[in-house]
Design a protein around this ligand. Structure first.
Ligand code: AMP
Ligand code: ZN
Length: 113
């Protein structure tokens, strides 16, 4: 399967790694929208939130643990940060490997939609 983020996990495409463990990989967004903009992804291919099931959902809780840990390490926990996952065309999802944006380091705009 041709997937950009699977290729990044495999190391076939370079990335600025921030964190890695058995089930999760995190790296800097190539087009940062904030001083801290990290993408946190499951190592198993899940295309989007639409494909989260009882069988694969444990990694989502783990991603939130990793997000909290990285927020502390990257110095944005105190002032605040945002974790966002876009699902499908209307939300602007462009890469169809489930990912969570960790954003912070500035006063973020409060725009839900
Ligand atoms: P989304 O629009 O939610 O699907 O987000 C996809 C994100 O992936 C965007 O913020 C892109 O800047 C980012 N992105 C695309 N290609 C790469 C890459 N090769 N390395 C790091 N981030 C990337
Ligand atoms: Zn993938």
């Amino acid at each position: 399967m041709d997937c950009l983020f699977c290729s990044i996990i495999k190391g076939d495409i370079p990335s600025a790694k921030v964190y890695e463990d058995e089930t999760v990989y995190a790296f800097k967004d190539i087009n940062p929208m904030a001083p801290v903009h990290v993408l946190i992804i499951p190592k198993t291919h899940i295309s989007s939130m639409n494909d989260v099931t009882p069988e694969n959902s444990a990694v989502i809780a783990h991603i939130y643990e990793v997000a909290a840990k990285l927020a502390k390490e990257l110095g944005i926990a105190e002032n605040g940060f945002r974790v966002v996952s876009n699902c499908g065309a209307d939300a602007g999802q462009t890469v169809f490997h489930l990912h969570f944006h960790l954003l912070g380091g500035k006063k973020l705009k409060v725009e839900m939609c």
